[in-house]
Write a protein that binds this ligand. Structure first.
Ligand code: FAD
Length: 427
């Protein structure tokens, strides 16, 4: 029997990044999408996979997650870093239309116009079919702009990772992704000699989780929207924290504030709609990235409705690129304390780093030695914390056993409220 990703990776650990499919020398792996949840997973043509090369496993984040990538400071949640900043785009229109403060889009556009990069790998919802996502190599500022905003849905990089190998070594590229995409790219760079020769700037978004498509079905049902009438979905925008917007065929736009119970508050962030791989993910912000980007969830920025990002430069290259954009007056930048950067997303950093070992032991159990090989445990947990986490993960197990996510459209709102309370156990 061959050692390939399908045999070794149970579906619940796969982040759907697509690195395995992009690296297979026999083209034996292609990414499939679950029709109901929208999550991606590899499918292997066993007759083509005959050489036991194990390349797919060597680039798989689920197997190789590491919080020690190129780490000198060895910070438990951040890995290595240079400096933390508050930042936003100098373009006011972009700043209010983007996910947080438009830093990412402005940085990419600035680096492209100044010639530091020749393209940027960015993602967007497919026009007219917003339940599908695509990742492109953008070559113009307009193309980069077309990808602004956060996509709280599964995004697969297999095609673009495959195309990376074909790009000339003279080119410099920036790649924006979630921590799983960033980790996968880092593993690909380590394994593929031609990728090592390219200059690649990795930008990672801090990520709580990416909800399944069922979250939108539930929300649309509550809003009385027919799925086939939806031509576009925007998760953020119109100021900060902005609105979740459904654009309909007849031109109508249905908007709900991001803080609303149906939006980020109770539905999109519910464990019912959280893919298993996100429950198990140990990387809050992209250990392997050059720059981490997130929202400014700090009391002192709460009144600002135009949008502010917090960013962390993790490498000298990342810091240099941020200053290149600042010197060109494309972004505003202010130094902040590293503790403030952590505090803004304390919930995400704690849940993903501290709880990870319990999650693995409780939800996966017997395969522990194969997965997450390079994650170092950061602290011994107290008795009460372990009990609270066990109760939380018991709920996750029970929910899976009952297949609640499959019947989510029929679940009462009270159950989501209950899960919102249960979520407090993992903080
Ligand atoms: C699934 C998800 C979960 C997140 N969770 C948190 C969180 O818990 N806390 C927090 O502070 N911030 C979180 N963020 C990050 C936050 O929503 C913003 O994306 C980030 O602050 C960048 O803002 P910006 O204004 O600079 O982005 P923009 O200038 O609007 O640019 C966003 C860039 O991100 C890319 N992008 C968007 N979604 C995806 C995706 N799913 N996969 C790959 N690339 C993508 C786009 O292509 C674009 O280039 C999350 C983002 C996502 C997508």
């Amino acid at each position: 029997m061959n050692n390939n990703c399908v045999l070794i990776i149970p579906r619940e650990l796969c982040t759907g990044c697509g690195a395995c499919a992009s690296v297979c020398p026999k083209n034996a792996i292609h990414m499939q999408q679950d029709a109901v949840t929208g999550t991606f997973f590899p499918s292997v043509n066993h007759s083509k996979c005959s050489n036991n090369c194990d390349l797919c496993l060597s680039v798989c984040p689920a197997v190789n997650w590491s919080n020690t990538v190129r780490t000198k400071q060895n910070h438990y949640a951040l890995g290595d870093y240079v400096q933390a900043y508050a930042a936003f785009s100098s373009d006011h229109k972009l700043r209010t239309a983007a996910a947080s403060g438009g830093f990412t889009t402005s940085l990419l556009q600035s680096l492209l116009v100044q010639g530091y990069i020749s393209g940027a790998i960015v993602s967007r919802r497919v026009k007219g079919d917003p339940f599908q996502t695509e990742t492109i190599i953008a070559r113009t500022p307009e193309e980069i702009d077309s990808c602004k905003g956060s996509i709280y849905s599964p995004v697969c990089f297999s095609e673009v990772f495959r195309n990376l190998k074909k790009i000339s070594n003279e080119e410099s590229l920036a790649v924006v992704g979630l921590p799983c995409h960033s980790q996968a790219l880092s593993l690909l760079i380590d394994k593929i000699p031609s990728l090592r020769k390219k200059n690649i700037l990795k930008i990672s978004l801090v990520c709580g989780h990416a909800p399944t498509q069922n979250a939108y079905r539930y929300t649309m049902k509550r809003l009385g929207i027919n799925e086939t009438d939806v031509v576009d979905i925007n998760n953020r925008g119109e100021g900060w924290p902005g609105f979740l917007r459904f654009q309909l065929k007849n031109g109508d736009i249905r908007r709900i504030p991001c803080g609303d119970a149906l939006s980020w508050g109770m539905i999109l962030s519910s464990p019912v709609f959280t893919p298993d791989a996100c429950q198990l993910c140990p990387d809050p912000g992209g250990f392997a990235a050059d720059i981490m980007v997130c929202d400014a969830w700090l009391p002192r920025y709460k009144k600002n409705k135009e949008g502010i990002n917090l960013i962390l430069t993790k490498t000298v290259l990342g810091d240099r690129m941020v200053h290149n954009a600042k010197n060109n007056r494309d972004i505003d930048l202010e130094l902040i304390d590293i503790d403030d950067f952590l505090r803004a997303n304390n919930r995400v950093f704690t849940a993903k780093t501290r709880n990870h070992n319990i999650a693995m032991r409780y939800l996966i159990g017997k395969n522990l030695t194969i997965f997450h090989k390079n994650i170092k445990e950061i602290e011994a947990l107290g008795f009460m914390t372990i009990i609270k986490l066990k109760i939380y993960y018991f709920h996750i197990k029970f929910m899976k056993f009952m297949k609640l996510s499959k019947f989510s459209n029929h679940l009462p709102k009270a159950l989501f409220f209950y899960f919102k309370v249960v979520q407090l156990l993992k903080r």
